[in-house]
Ligand binder design. Sequence first.
Ligand code: CA
Ligand code: CA
Length: 72
Amino acid sequence: MPFADMDDDDDVDMADFALLQACLTLDPETAISDYPVRCSCFDVNKDEILNGPDIQAFVDCAAGPGVVAACD
Ligand SMILES: [Ca+2]
Ligand SMILES: [Ca+2]
């Protein structure tokens, strides 16, 4: 399953982006380990914060609604 497919429908689209955005707007003082559990899946480079490389990885993975994502 693609790391960015947060709603488990095999694509990476705006619905998944909405969940990334929700994670991005959490209190920046909060450690990612304290985020809702799936937010940590967006931390692709595992540096414990959601930042530019993670967002770029999402963008690279996103294809659109109904398109099976090609990343993992
Ligand atoms: Ca999805
Ligand atoms: Ca990160």
